[in-house]
Design a protein around this ligand. Structure first.
Ligand SMILES: NC(=O)c1ccc[n+]([C@@H]2O[C@H](COP(=O)([O-])OP(=O)(O)OC[C@H]3O[C@@H](n4cnc5c(N)ncnc54)[C@H](OP(=O)(O)O)[C@@H]3O)[C@@H](O)[C@H]2O)c1
Length: 304
């Protein structure tokens, strides 16, 4: 496995740190990104820059990390995508995708891969870029059983745990459900922070107690600074998080599963995105939305 060559496709906020961990683990790596300039930090660390996505197919494994269903579809576009080059020049045998996309998009990509003789694995990741950098991200993995060992071995160079959940697009479902829980939790944290503040209780005191209680979690702990200091460096944008909520709601619509709490949360995200309040910032700016709805102005506090 140490000689397996990997082509990394997609160097956004997540891709750049994930690919960086593969390089740190001495993985022979080439990289491609739609906006070529984003390859520079990885090239400085020793990766080879590719000039088209089709060039990625000359590695043993392709690992992609792109924004959404449309971006994943672009990767297997018959005219310009991964499998658009001459089959004789193609050595890829496994395509692993870490993006948060719908099960339908994953199954469509898997079918395109299968037609090219390539095994496809969905490997969506849980953990923001900081969590990835610390080695604590986890993967849900599903897909072609023949490729799961390869996927697991590579994912464990990036994160701390691989959770195998099936042989089709089950991992995509698990990821969307997990993100739905995350989005609803963030909205509720924002609401209680505004409630406490408006009735005269410090947000630092509130979050200190929540974090020690049974409902406290790594997530409530790392969002505490946002709630207290009102600084919002981006881990994930509100637009990106809303994209995942909408994918979960679409799955729920198809399956006839009412999700009233998630539906309300989608509205809160749309109010945030539409108002421009959190433009370019983290989705924890939901707290600004909640304060505006309450006719209340928050002031930055110090973390205790
Ligand atoms: N950020 C997080 O905390 C987090 C955590 C877990 C999972 N995720 C998921 O990880 C994925 C990437 O998130 P991110 O935060 O890294 O997003 P990002 O910073 O916006 O990066 C998106 C990446 O997708 C590429 N892309 C977009 N449209 C494309 C297209 N049509 N063709 C080819 N490439 C395209 C972008 O290329 P350009 O550079 O050219 O725009 C960029 O490399 C998303 O599915 C997200 O839901 C994010």
């Amino acid at each position: 496995m140490s000689e397996t060559t990997v082509a990394w496709v997609g160097l956004g906020r997540m891709g750049v740190v994930m690919a960086g961990r593969l390089l740190a683990a001495d993985t022979p790596l080439s990289v491609w990104n739609r906006t070529a300039a984003k390859c520079a930090p990885l090239v400085e660390l020793g990766a080879t820059q590719l000039h088209s996505v089709a060039d990625a197919a000359s590695s043993d494994v392709v690992f992609s990390m792109v924004l959404d269903d449309g971006a994943l579809a672009a990767l297997h576009d018959p005219a310009t995508g991964l499998f658009s080059g001459p089959p004789a020049q193609r050595s890829v045998r496994v395509w692993i995708d870490g993006s948060t996309v719908s099960p339908v998009a994953a199954e469509t990509a898997a079918a395109a891969a299968a037609a090219a003789g390539v095994a496809y694995v969905s490997a969506p990741i849980s953990g923001n870029p900081g969590v990835v950098e610390s080695g604590n991200a986890i993967f849900a993995v599903s897909g072609d059983p023949a490729a799961l060992d390869t996927a697991e071995e590579l994912c464990l160079r990036i994160g701390r745990l691989v959770h195998r959940v099936g042989s089709r697009a089950e991992a995509n479902v698990v990821k969307l459900c997990t993100n739905a829980l995350l989005a609803v939790t963030m909205q509720t944290i924002a609401e209680i922070a505004v409630l406490a503040d408006k009735v005269g209780v410090s947000r630092a005191a509130l979050m200190g107690f929540v974090n020690e209680s049974a409902i406290g979690s790594p997530f409530s702990r790392y969002k505490t600074a946002n709630m207290v200091e009102l600084e919002f460096p981006t881990t994930f944008t509100a637009q990106g998080q809303r994209k995942d909520i909408r994918l979960a709601l679409e799955l729920a619509r198809q399956a006839e599963v009412p999700m009233p709490v998630l539906s309300e949360t989608e509205v809160a995200f749309s109010r945030l995105v539409g108002s421009g309040l959190g433009e370019g910032l983290d989705f924890a700016t939901l707290v600004l939305n909640a304060a505006r709805d309450a006719g209340h102005t928050l002031q930055p506090e110090e973390l205790t």
